[in-house]
Design a binder for this molecule. Structure first.
Ligand code: UGA
Length: 440
């Protein structure tokens, strides 16, 4: 099929490259000329494992490959379907901000006014239940001057990619969710996903757009709450001198619990869990329901960074009456998880802010996040290695589970006071350091 994809973020670009890999003709539409040029040059505009290889394989000089990019919405006219992969940020009160989606739908609708034949529009962005039917579809109708279900169809297809493994996740889905409010849109969505469903032998769920939207929030909300629950249990374990990781390994043997997402620590971050949990809480409250468990999941997550800094403060107070005030603290890791250069909503941000509020000076090291860190935190010195960050430090906290931190050893000897508080269970306990795990 001929597919246009509006938005070249990590979802849009990954989906475009993977659809090309599955044999479709794909055009990425983005307002950012640099992103468009990068894709047309056969390179990936974002860092994702395996993505640059796919883009290189499917772009060709003069746009003759199965994948190309443009800034021009008119490209939609040469395609059968459009996927909207635009950002859905949050408003200050946590509710979803649909303005970028609405602007995209408006431009797409205007373009569809000139399309004589049927077209299917699929919302892929994470949007609260009802957004596709009640906000996006009316804009498409208004701008195209045509009725949905007759001149064009609308569907919703949530995405479950993780950053860092996005290409692998797309090509090996545990489910494909096709939400549509009319049969023709559903048939188009089936056709586009057929090669993937066959290759990956993935279960397909066909439903309406509202349910498809909710499935995405339920998926992310459940996972975020699972981590918060294991963090809550981990905090209890810590009070009783029990290792939460040993407990998690055993309860993970129960199929009903499963071993995944049971790593307790400093909590969840990134561009999705924090935003999505708040958006669905806000939408639920707007509809008159107070989601107690999701609210508690956010509360536990907000508390973990404070607990990490609190443990460090206790050790500093114990050892030679050090205080956090005036101490030099090394922060190991800035990315919201290992394998990505993304610092959005990283737990490193509240950890650093808390340390600074208590009067510490912070030297941070991350193997990947460097240049964009000042967009998220102020007054931080950036070291070019973990060893340099630890050198002369009065204490260290570990915020990201980068493998290279596991290999640290004599680097701790260069610390002024070798206190290490680990928020990710990545450092081994060893002689010569005061080691404290957040939940073990
Ligand atoms: C998440 C979901 O896992 C994807 O399915 C979803 O498509 C995506 O959001 C999205 O909505 O776009 P992602 O944000 O890339 O993906 O990150 P995850 O790998 O899920 O990790 C989220 C956070 O949870 C990270 O900060 C990680 O360190 C933390 N985490 C994860 C834990 O603290 N413990 C665990 O056991 C697992």
């Amino acid at each position: 099929m001929r597919i246009s994809i509006v938005g070249s973020g990590y979802v849009g670009t990954t989906v475009a490259a993977c659809f090309a890999e599955l044999g479709h003709d794909v055009i990425n539409i983005d307002i950012d000329e640099t992103v468009v040029e990068t894709i047309n040059d056969g390179e990936a505009p974002i860092h994702e494992e395996g993505l640059s290889e796919l883009i290189a394989a499917h772009t060709a000089p003069n746009g003759t490959g199965r994948l190309r990019a443009t800034t021009d919405y008119a490209a939609v006219l040469d395609t059968d379907m459009t996927f909207l992969c635009l950002p859905t940020p949050q408003n200050d009160d946590g509710s979803i901000d649909l303005s970028v989606m609405e602007a995209g739908a408006s431009q797409l609708g205007e373009t569809l006014a000139d399309k004589p034949d049927w077209h299917t529009v699929v919302v892929k962005s994470t949007v609260v239940p009802g957004s596709t039917a009640d906000a996006i579809t009316p804009i498409l109708e208004r701008e195209s001057g045509k009725p949905a279900g007759e001149a064009f169809g609308v569907g919703m297809n949530p995405e479950f990619l993780r950053e860092g493994t996005a290409v692998h996740d797309f090509l090996n889905p545990d489910k494909v969710v096709l939400g549509a409010d009319d049969d023709r849109a559903l048939a188009d969505m089936r056709a586009v996903f057929d090669p993937l469903v066959e290759a990956a032998d993935a279960p397909v769920v066909e439903t309406d757009t509202r349910t498809a939207e909710m499935i995405k929030y339920a998926n992310n909300g459940f996972l975020a709450a699972k981590i918060s629950l294991i963090n809550d249990i981990g905090n209890i374990c810590k009070e009783f001198g029990v290792d939460a990781y040993e407990v998690a390994d055993v309860i993970g043997l129960d199929d009903r619990i499963s071993e995944q997402f049971l790593q307790s620590g400093v909590g969840w971050g990134g561009s999705c869990f924090p935003k999505d949990t708040r958006a669905i809480i806000s939408a639920a409250e707007g509809a008159g329901y107070e989601p107690a468990v999701l609210n508690a999941a956010v509360e536990v997550n907000d508390r973990q960074p404070e607990r990490l800094v609190g443990l460090l403060a206790d050790h500093l107070a114990d050892q030679r009456d050090h205080r956090v005030d005036g101490a030099k603290i090394a922060v190991l890791g800035l990315a919201f998880k290992s394998g990505t250069d993304d610092m959005r909503n990283s737990r490193a941000i509240p950890v650093i802010e808390d340390l600074q509020a208590r009067g510490a000076t912070v030297t941070a090291y991350d193997p990947v996040v460097v240049d964009n860190a000042p967009n998220y935190v102020d007054d931080v010195t950036y070291a070019d290695s973990a060893a340099a960050a630890l050198d002369g430090a009065d204490g260290a906290v570990v915020v990201t589970d980068w493998d290279e931190f596991a290999a640290l050893d004599e680097e701790f000897d260069a610390m002024e006071t070798a206190i290490v508080v680990d928020g990710r269970r990545i450092i081994e306990r060893r002689d010569g350091i005061t080691y404290e795990g957040l939940t073990w």
